[in-house]
Design a protein around this ligand. Structure first.
Ligand code: ARG
Length: 578
């Protein structure tokens, strides 16, 4: 595997039972399959793409220009170039064709026939939609990535309907079998997603009717697309959060390993980006382990609240059929059914919460990314990244750019932006379901894809980076970084209040600066000129090593502490998984 960060994600983001198994849980995965990314990088990139949303199955558009005059617009296939454009792209951007302008191909004014109205809800409609209507209404470009969740939820629903005597066992068996067929069709890239069928729910149901005939129509008894989509998306968020958690664990492990190796590597600690006090590099890295731990705990909290079943809330009011919501909830691995049908179909707080956790995580990653950019600048020279995590310049032969870190920093904008966008979508919506909510998935799927890739890239960079120990040590001693140690010594030895000691130390620093000397090279006489009680023992506390070794307070930077903490983390995180 040459693409290490993605390799990380393959192991960590992936769910072995899904990759290997054909068990029931395999239906709960997010959109993996024969995606473009996976093909490009081999299986190693598959896990990222699983959270991303590149599918091999393009969406067929009934409104394609070439479809004019064609009585079956759903059958119209894309031109190869356009098809390629749509499935290309590494992190799964969805590319839309412009529908306006002279080549609009609007259906307005075109002769319509009954059979162009929607098969699923077209009872009271006499004609099909305008091309622009179809373009703005369809969500299949995005929600096709929820096919596993949609099929799993439908299977659970059908089994429940049969158990409750709402449909026959025979119909339920036919439905389950048909849904399995559809699942394998989609997974193998042999499914035709049709734009005219709007979304994943109707694409699946329509294909089911083709496969098993009229009993397919019984599947939608006692449910609605409103509870369906909420169920599917909760399942998707749950799986995705689990993948992110595993990726963050690997990132923490990489940080803790590097921290252990550099428990005693000194570097300057900064406040205001001014040299403050010496710290250890290991201590600095462990700070990010702690942040990631809180990120994981936020995701775990979000998962708890997401893991409740909306299924059976139906359109908004529940149903008169004698359904068993606890049964479907259990079958899908939810903790319980949601208590209020209006709430169940109309809130998206579960994804907002997961995206909030994602936004905070991205901000944390971005800060380390920024430090990597800074540290690897020749101006600072604290670390170097290898060829595997740097790029060259097309014009300046000497360049070695930390692009991955820069891109992690930038992707934070997308991730935070997606959260803000959905908050804005939701803020003015009356209960219950409003079509606005269909806009919930694209940003979330994109944001989680960006986050998964960012975590993988950061994990890779943490493993890859080599500190320049000599340069860090030299910098750690610059800028009078042990002035606080001097003040502390004065407090201990002379038993003077810290404020007074601070003042004395400040005057000594000023003297050293005037003589252009580091603190530990300033003659004792010069110090005694500031305070005659100072003895030569003071020099023992002025070295960088003494400074860090002395900071053994809980959470302090001493190598001893760092070794203990790094070992504790490595133990808690378990084995490294590559
Ligand atoms: N595509 C829709 C969405 O993502 C599914 C629900 C549609 N419901 C409806 N009443 N039109 O929100």
């Amino acid at each position: 595997m040459t693409f290490l960060p993605a390799g990380v994600a393959e192991r960590e983001v992936g769910h072995p039972q899904r990759i290997a198994g054909n068990g029931e849980r395999s239906n709960l995965a997010a959109g993996e399959g024969s995606d473009a990314l996976r093909q490009r990088h081999g299986a190693c990139a598959g896990a990222i793409a699983r959270i991303a949303f590149e599918g091999a199955n393009p969406v067929y558009r009934g409104d394609d220009c070439a479809a004019h005059g064609n009585n079956d617009p759903q059958r119209q296939e894309l031109a190869p170039a356009e098809l390629e454009q749509r499935v290309a792209g590494r992190s799964g951007h969805i590319r839309f064709r412009c529908v306006l302008g002279p080549k609009n191909c609007s259906r307005s004014g075109r002769a319509k026939s009954d059979n162009m109205s929607n098969k699923m809800w077209g009872g009271r409609f006499r004609t099909g939609p305008d091309a622009v209507m179809e373009e703005i209404n369809a969500s299949i470009d995005v929600d096709r990535h929820l096919f596993r969740e949609d099929i799993a939820a439908s299977k659970a629903h059908a089994a429940m309907l049969a158990k409750q005597g709402i449909i026959t066992a025979k119909d339920a068996r036919a439905i389950a079998h048909g849904l399995d067929t559809i699942l394998s069709e989609i997974e193998s890239g042999n499914f035709k997603f049709k734009r005219a069928l709007e979304d994943i729910h109707m694409n699946v149901e329509s294909r089911l009717a083709e496969l098993i005939g009229p009993s397919a129509g019984r599947l939608h008894t006692a449910r609605s697309r409103n509870d369906q989509v909420a169920t599917d998306f909760r399942l998707w968020v749950r799986t995705t959060v689990d993948g992110i958690d595993a990726a963050l664990r690997a990132y923490q492990y990489a940080l803790a390993e590097k921290a252990l190796a550099h428990a005693a590597t000194v570097m300057p600690g900064f406040t205001h980006l001014q040299t403050a006090q010496p710290v250890t590099f290991g201590h600095h890295l462990l700070a990010y382990v702690e942040m990631a731990a809180r990120d994981r705990s936020r995701f775990s909290d979000a998962r708890k609240r997401a893991n409740q079943s909306p299924l059976g809330a139906a359109a908004l009011a529940g149903t008169a059929f004698p359904i068993d919501r606890a049964m479907t909830a259990k079958a899908l691995g939810f903790d319980k059914p949601m208590a209020n049908s209006l709430d169940a179909v109309s809130d998206r707080d579960f994804v907002l919460e997961a995206m909030s956790a994602a936004a905070i995580t991205a901000v944390h990653l971005s800060r380390l990314a920024e430090e990597i950019v800074l540290w690897s600048s020749p101006l600072v020279g604290f670390i170097s990244l290898s060829d595997r995590f740097t790029t060259g310049s097309s014009i300046m032969p000497q360049k070695r750019n930390p692009d991955a870190a820069e891109l992690v920093r930038a992707k934070t904008g997308r991730i935070v932006g997606a959260l803000e966008a959905l908050l804005m979508v939701m803020k003015g919506l009356p209960l219950a379901y409003q079509k606005d909510m269909q806009e919930d998935k694209e940003g979330a799927i994109d944001a989680f894809a960006a986050l998964a890739l960012s975590i993988a890239a950061m994990t890779g960079m943490v493993r890859d980076l080599t500190p320049n120990v000599a340069r860090m040590r030299a910098a750690a001693g610059e800028g009078y970084s042990t002035a606080t140690d001097l003040a502390d010594w004065l407090v201990r030895r002379l038993n003077i209040p810290f404020r007074e000691a601070h003042h004395v130390a400040g005057r000594i620093v000023a003297q050293a600066a005037a003589e252009k000397l580091p603190l530990d090279k300033l003659p004792l006489k010069a110090m005694q000129a500031v305070d005659k009680r100072i003895t030569k023992e003071v020099f023992a506390v002025l070295s960088v090593d003494n400074s860090v070794n002395s900071r053994v307070s809980l959470g302090g930077t001493a190598p001893k502490n760092v070794r203990r903490e790094a070992a504790r983390w490595l133990q808690a995180l378990g084995k490294r998984r590559r």
